[in-house]
Design a protein around this ligand. Sequence first.
Ligand SMILES: Nc1nc2c(ncn2[C@@H]2O[C@H](COP(=O)(O)OP(=O)(O)OP(=O)(O)O)[C@@H](O)[C@H]2O)c(=O)[nH]1
Ligand SMILES: [Mg+2]
Length: 239
Amino acid sequence: MGIVAHVDAGKTSLTERLLYAAGVIDRVGRVDDGNTQTDSMDLERKRGITIRSAVVSFALGDLPVNLIDTPGHSDFIAEVERALSVLDGAVLVISAVEGVQPQTRLLMRTLSRLRIPTLLFVNKIDRVGARYDELLADIKRLLTPAAVPMVGVTDLGTRSADLVALDDEPLAEMLAERNDDFLERYLAGGPLDVAGELRRQVAKAWVHPVYFGSAMTGVGGTRGDRRHPVMVASGHWIG
Ligand SMILES: Nc1nc2c(ncn2[C@@H]2O[C@H](COP(=O)(O)OP(=O)(O)OP(=O)(O)O)[C@@H](O)[C@H]2O)c(=O)[nH]1
Ligand SMILES: [Mg+2]
């Protein structure tokens, strides 16, 4: 699993959060304090930037996971390219404030070309100036029309920003556009395995679910009783 983004979007902070959520570490380090797992070189810790791709390996149940935190600075692009060639899946991180940036577009183009299953994670929803609707529109216009939001956000742009469940309808509609059998069942009002179909279409890199959260406050994932994938590794879905 690769975590990729434009510089400063929060890749290292998100990686740290994921390690915490997976039970690998029992304290969340901070880039600004120079104590994260993946910014481990002296220069990285001093400058608060990632220079080298770093892999952290752990198990989720029986499933081995190799999480790769990549650099965002364009000087270190070779490090990212090397990582891309081994990925089973990617999380493309976008800052809710800065939005879609040049490196974001470049990465999405490359991930699409390589048909790597890619989730989008809009980070920093706690920061002043964080956007939702406008950013989703930018994502669809500049990155991929096949982007679909998985959660809504309350108190956007504040420390108490949180997630709310969304209606499944737009998601089902988007999936129906890409699978005739699913479309037939959708039109007939029949029982729909939305989560299963989403998994299949994400694995084929046909659709890109958009998650929202904050690596800083730890808000993320989904809300309500939806059980949708948040990570992929070796063709298996986790979460
Ligand atoms: N408010 C807020 N700040 C964040 C969040 N995530 C990261 N930051 C801050 O944003 C800055 C960059 O975070 P990093 O995690 O180093 O970002 P990065 O994408 O790994 O940066 P590079 O590897 O250098 O490209 C740091 O000052 C973080 O503390 C977030 O969710 N909310
Ligand atoms: Mg980093």
